[in-house]
Design a protein around this ligand. Structure first.
Ligand SMILES: Cc1cc2nc3c(=O)[nH]c(=O)nc-3n(C[C@H](O)[C@H](O)[C@H](O)COP(=O)(O)OP(=O)(O)OC[C@H]3O[C@@H](n4cnc5c(N)ncnc54)[C@H](O)[C@@H]3O)c2cc1C
Length: 381
């Protein structure tokens, strides 16, 4: 067992860290305030090859795996969680299922555009009445001759307002129960009948785009079916295994930013004639943050290695997300406490980190759902 990153991954991490420190960190508060990511960041991410990190080299990407993505996402999220989730969703919720289940024609058409960032991807599973219970989704896809006709409303779509391509999960067999009659479709966002609905005003990750995607008689060629008909729910769940590793990496990045901010403040702030870092109560908070973060990172990297080796990683990904997301919120809470009243204002970045950390326990399966995945795999083994 080797706990060190390879030379190649160390270089990738350093490149991502350099970019995050120089370009993202100075913009994070602005992204949060203005509600979108600066366009030049999209260009820079493309120049660094980060949109196509996991796209195979033959399709114009860097051909790296989930461990590389985890390492990069920690760095991006350490600086700006809005940018981090945008890159995570693009790579793990759209690029990965296309790579794993797409036809050669679909891969040739879309992967090169995803690799450069010319096309940004999004993932449309959640609906107003289908959140944690995604198998109850109601969007329909009627197959008429050589076309599929999509009707329904998807909500909470990350990248919805900036995406050129979506994976839409829809019911193709109304007789089949729940998960069995669902299929996945590649839907170009400029298809007539696809509309961007309400844009969400969120507590955190405010620079990222989150919208409704409304489908009204949206016609797509039948060959836009991704994978086998009626097997879409399996694709959705396999995709979330990878996505959860991305969100775990996001949580570790946000948590690490909280730790760094805590250390700086504990050194600088003086009370009772000495730095507050001299008090054991503050020291213990910092020790617990650092220890829980290292454990969360190890679980995250383990899940990524299992996925890269081709095995199923549902258990490992759920454990990583559970540990990392609860750790990020623990770190944000302790960091705010260490900052005292100053932490409760937007003069310090902990106010944003506190809001950004919160989402990691909700999307791509809430904390309770991770616990269900973990306990089910043990109780039914
Ligand atoms: C900012 C943001 C971005 C998102 N991006 C996307 C995206 O790109 N694509 C997409 O498809 N979706 C996306 N989502 C949706 C997200 O995955 C869902 O919000 C999440 O799965 C929870 O569903 P819900 O909000 O409907 O909550 P609900 O399912 O209504 O859950 C509410 C509460 O009940 C608990 N609960 C539910 N069922 C159980 C159970 N069986 N046992 C115990 N507790 C339970 C949950 O843990 C939660 O605490 C996003 C959401 C947000 C907020």
């Amino acid at each position: 067992m080797d706990f060190e990153l390879s030379e190649e991954l160390t270089m990738v991490r350093d490149m991502a860290r350099e970019f995050a420190v120089a370009e993202l960190a100075p913009r994070a508060a602005k992204h949060d305030r203005q509600g979108y990511i600066d366009p030049e960041v999209f260009t820079q991410l493309g120049e660094l090859g980060l949109w196509g990190l996991t796209v195979p080299e033959e399709h114009g990407g860097a051909g790296l795996g989930n461990l590389a993505l985890a390492v990069v996402l920690e760095e991006l999220n350490h600086a700006c969680a809005s940018t981090g989730v945008t890159v995570s969703v693009h790579n793990s919720l759209l690029g990965a299922p296309l790579r794993r289940f797409g036809s050669e024609e679909q891969k040739r058409t879309w992967l090169p555009r995803l690799a450069t960032g010319e096309t940004i991807g999004c993932y449309c599973l959640t609906e107003p009445n289908a959140g944690s219970d995604a198998a109850s989704l109601a969007t329909t896809a009627r197959l008429e001759g050589e076309e599929g006709v999509l009707d329904g409303t998807k909500i909470w779509v990350t990248n919805g307002g900036i995406a050129g391509l979506a994976i839409v999960y829809a019911r193709t067999d109304s007789e089949a129960s729940r998960a069995k009659g669902i299929s996945a479709f590649l839907v170009p966002m400029d298809t007539p009948g696809v509309e961007i609905g309400k844009s969400e005003r969120k507590t955190g990750i405010r620079g990222s785009s989150t919208t409704e995607v409304v489908l009204e008689g949206a016609r797509i060629p039948a060959d836009h079916l991704l994978g086998e008909r009626d097997r879409g729910f399996m694709i959705a769940m396999d995709t979330l295994d990878g996505g959860r590793i991305g969100i775990a990496s996001q949580a570790v990045g946000i948590g690490r930013a909280c730790l760094d901010a805590s250390v700086t403040y504990a050194r600088d702030r003086e009370q009772f004639g000495r730095p507050i870092g001299d008090f054991q109560a503050v020291q213990w908070k910092i020790a617990d943050m650092a220890t829980r973060l290292d454990a969360a990172r190890l679980l995250t990297h383990r899940a990524a290695v299992v996925r890269d080796s081709g095995g199923r990683c549902s258990l490992e990904a759920a454990q990583a997300k559970l540990a990392a997301s609860t750790t990020a919120n623990f770190c944000a809470d302790e960091c705010l406490q260490i900052h005292g009243g100053a932490g409760y204002t937007d003069d310090f970045e902990v106010e944003r980190l506190f809001r950004d950390a919160r989402i990691t326990e909700i999307y791509e399966g809430a904390t309770d759902i991770q616990r269900i995945v973990i306990s089910r795999s043990l109780l039914t083994a």
